[in-house]
Design a protein around this ligand. Sequence first.
Ligand code: SF4
Length: 413
Amino acid sequence: MSKTAPVVSLDDVSVHFEESTGLFDFRSEPDRVRAVDGVSLDIYSGDVVVLVGESGCGKTTLGRTAIGVQRPTAGSVTYRGQNIWDARENNGDVDIEFEKIRRSLQMVHQDPGSALNPNQKVIATLSAPLEKWHSDLSKEERHERVFELLDTVGVQPVEDYAFRYPHQLSGGEQQRIALIRSLLLNPDLVLGDEAVSALDVSLRVDMMDLMLDLRERFETSFLFISHDLANARYLAEKADGRIGIMYLGELVEIGPADQIIKQPKHPYTKVLKWATPSIHSDDDGRSIDTPVREIDIPDPVDPPAGCRFHTRCPVAREACTKEAPDLLDVAGSGQRTACFRQDSTHEYWNSPELDGTDDRIQQELISDGQYSFRIDLIFINRTASRACIVSRLARVLTHDRCVYHARNGSNND
Ligand code: SF4
């Protein structure tokens, strides 16, 4: 992986959306959803970066911004040094034309069924970009290239599948076709937005392996979006890539996959790890209950002051409510983390702990032995069982249904 110059660079990018107001809503200002706030990220040639976080944390918006689909409201996004939106709107000196940028930044959607034209056979869908951008190729050469790619991704016999409609393909086959289409024009960066989430669990590993194989073959970079830390780990570790953790519009931790999984520094990364049993069980068997003070996610229209995680952070102190931590290097780890705890001289250490404890709050030492996680169960029905409490928090963090109540036909959590 070349670190000479980034392929795509996001510099202090923010994306805010105005919420539409109703006909009889006479407020002067519509609410602004702060989907992404002040994120900087460089993606290099051959890089694999996986963005992880809860629903609504801004990871998809950030991904779409990185490939020039979503316009940032502040900050800049450049492709090989060229501001993407200047190229798109032909502002100032444009060194790289937008058409070239558009070909170089591609996307694989979560739902390939809706991304493929239901009225077009596979061969037509895949030949169209070649016809548009490689007019020097004859029809036979275009078909030959499509057949070769179908063969590469294991959609065989190719002469049969090439002449099928999308509805005649399984979900996995549709996703392979969508993947081929994103790679047809030899892009520099592909955004995979929850690209394996819609597939059966049994197919996910195959698809992730295929994407990583194709990344090497096409010498492209991948930016994956995932709500699942286990998938993120698989992709990033195999590709020697990075995992970035997003919380409420901000990048709170990023670094090599191994470091993020085995030595997370940010309390929110530790919470995500706790909520991912397949990863958490890698630990030494410690029992850690619900490691957040509050379960509910704050409103992105009015995020908490200071560190945005302070309303839920199990180790938050008074200082965390006043100032937002910068994303800083963690010495010797390759990680960057936005938490005052990484600075041993910060006033955080002399600041009082935040309120929130009562006799329902449990304490348990965790991982680094330096502090205890406090548990505030105030937002959970008092009659809820321990199994449900654990299941609900896991659901909030991973977006699965409450398995316990689903099994027991109840919904009172
Ligand atoms: S800065 Fe404070 S609230 Fe934010 S993650 Fe660190 S300890 Fe928690």
